[in-house]
Design a protein around this ligand. Structure first.
Ligand code: SAM
Length: 249
């Protein structure tokens, strides 16, 4: 069927492009990507010769019209990003919403996403989680963001870049406290895939001491808020205390 296909690409290991992704990318008449040179390498590796067109934050709204015209002509198109799932801390939101608004089908393929890949092996609670993307670059905004998440009981997932890893770990320790459990996943699906697990202060010390841990692509995950975080007295115990206070002389 005529559609805009949303196609995830590998986050490191080329073996993670699915056979269906290859099929769809070969069959469509135009592929929207972030960087035509970057994606060109991936596509040629799989002998996909479909034409590509760059779509980034600055031209996304205008370019969407191009893709809608293709769809109107009865031709399917696809969207990929540099790595992983489009729209997940990547461009595509405006394209998808405009294509939907124009009345065309948008059909997603399942595939690689760093956040889900990291969470699935982290050992942190995975029943409820919140994907927070990248933390703000500025110190004050970063601390404010973390303050707003401090009492969230869900597992929190952040993307991070190598040059901000140390300030981000410092901010996590400052706001969430030294003891909160966390996991740092690095270079997923690649040769130097690493999981560091421990308290925030332990991970920070480890990353600070080892420059190798400050390189590559990084997902940070923090355990959600628990009452133990602030030594709170359980509500039931407080009730009993109150009762005792009224009864005792
Ligand atoms: N759309 C992508 C996805 O589905 O995961 C994410 C794109 S975002 C611009 C790039 C960030 O994703 C990196 O800074 C890093 O935080 C995370 N990431 C991507 N690939 C990764 C990998 N192989 N290992 C760890 N983190 C990765």
């Amino acid at each position: 069927p005529v559609a805009l296909y949303i196609v995830p690409t590998p986050i490191g290991n080329l073996g993670d492009l699915t056979p269906r992704a290859v099929e769809v990318l070969s069959a469509v008449s135009l592929i929207a990507c972030e960087d035509t040179r970057h994606s060109g390498k991936l596509l040629s590796h799989f002998n996909i010769t479909t034409r590509t067109m760059a779509l980034h934050d600055h031209n996304e709204r205008a370019r969407a019209q191009w893709f809608i015209e293709k769809l109107q002509a009865g031709e399917s198109v696809a969207l990929i990003s540099d790595a992983g799932t489009p729209l997940i801390s990547d461009p595509g939101y405006h394209l998808v919403s405009q294509v939907r608004e124009a009345g065309f089908q948008v059909s997603p393929l399942p595939g690689a996403c760093a956040a889900i890949t990291a969470l699935s092996a982290s050992g942190l609670p995975s029943d409820r989680f919140s994907f927070e993307g990248f933390l703000p670059a500025k110190d004050k905004a970063r601390l404010d963001k973390l303050e707003s998440l401090k009492e969230d009981s869900r597992t929190l997932i952040f993307y991070e870049s190598p040059h901000r890893i140390l300030p981000s770990l410092a901010a996590l320790e400052q706001v969430f406290g030294a003891e909160r459990p966390m996991v740092m996943a690095r270079e997923l699906t690649k040769t130097f895939e690493t999981f560091l697990t421990g308290s925030i202060s332990e991970i920070r010390a480890q990353v600070e001491a080892d420059p190798n841990q400050q390189k590559g692509e990084i997902v940070l995950m923090c355990h959600g808020y628990t009452n133990a975080d602030d030594d709170a007295i359980p509500a039931k115990a407080l009730d009993t205390l109150k009762l005792l206070c009224t009864e005792l002389p």
